[in-house]
Design a protein around this ligand. Sequence first.
Ligand code: ADP
Length: 468
Amino acid sequence: MLAIVISIGLIGMITPILYTNSLALDQAQEGILDKLRSHTNAILFYSNSSEKTTFQGLATEYSDASGLRVTLIAADGTVIGESSIPITELQQMDNHIERPEVLAAQDFGEGSSTRYSNTLKIEFIYFAKKVDQNYYGFKFIRLAQTLKSVKDLAGTYREFYYLIIAFIVLVIIVAWFLLKNWLTDPIRELTQAADDISKGDLSRRININTGGIEIDELAANMNQMAMKLDEDFRRIKRMEKVRSEFLGNVTHELKTPISSISGYIETLLEGAIKDENVNLGFLERSLENVQRLEDLVTDLVEISRIETGELRMNFEYFNIHDLLNDLFKDAHQRNSNKNLKIQLEVPDKKLFIYGDKSRLDQVIANLLSNAMRYTDQGQIRIKVMRRDNELIFSIRDTGIGISRKALSRIFERFYRTDKARDRRKGGTGLGLAISKHIIEAHGSHIYVDSLKGKGSTFSFGITTISPE
Ligand code: ADP
């Protein structure tokens, strides 16, 4: 991949460079030719004014002044003046009539050629011009310049191009690594994380910091999504656990009275029905268990309706005084052996609150029957107090109390402090859970305060302010 990027980059950059390079060289040659042409004219002009009489002298003199190679050639091609060699060697020079630039000059008046000079072992650019032999004493004048300067120029260009190419390669490599660090690696990490999360690894988090706001933001969002999914998943699992525990409890609670009932009936059918010492007792206990089942089913329906949100509260502004009085009288009647002293303590008769009347009746009845159930002797006091914008209801008993450990759990469904003992005393284990729900639906809390062996106090506050 990196190689491809570099290749494309190089081709893209080098092509125009090479093109301009050859253009520049062509232009340089063109320039030299122009220069040779004007020097030709200059030398012809100079030859008239020169005091030197020999052609060799003219050639050498002009060559010294201009730095160009000067060759003067007779009509038959004999070199009669040549700046680059001493006069003594002039005789040994080849006939120049076949030189391409001379041939061209012969035909077209002037000609040029670029080639390697055997005489001087250097590449030259030649320019020849045909002149009037009668006037000048030579037929062709030829000027030449070595191509060394052009080659040097090309060499300089080449070095410069290599430098540019090296620089471009470097830039591409650096850009590649930066891109890799800033984009490719983080995106790979994001993809990997998305893959892991989709496979169920909800604890997977992305830890990247590119400084590129969008990518970091995406990572943060994905982390948040994973966290939320994780939370939801845990909640669902917890709920599932609670549900299956609840179902287990329900099954157990229902089975106990049912097997008692079938036990009694079986015994009666097997003949106990005729035994007057036990038959009535068995029937009575069967009835007790049926009632227990009925209570349980009622409470189960109730709690499931509350927990699914199906049960709506009917709030109203009302005086709870009469309701308390009725519950109080009821408790008195149930306290048949009179071993409990039951009291109702209210500040006055105007106890207006805003709440669901029948639900609050249910809560107070539940707390009161619990108090009576778990208190063998002493007193039970129902008390109402005003505090700020609330009426505080408290039900206090001098019963068995609740251990510190159990205190935090008694509002859980089916939680019982001492199963055997409680079972004997009746109760479904759902009363406090239901009461807690109801009080919370009133925007309040239910509290318990208890000392084992001394007694318990349950309390809650209900607002006295009607929203209307
Ligand atoms: P239950 O129908 O078993 O009374 P509750 O939800 O009303 O169910 O009460 C849950 C548990 O809290 C009871 O089983 C009992 O152990 C304990 N409890 C509730 N009220 C009292 C109280 N006044 N004194 C002592 N323990 C209590």
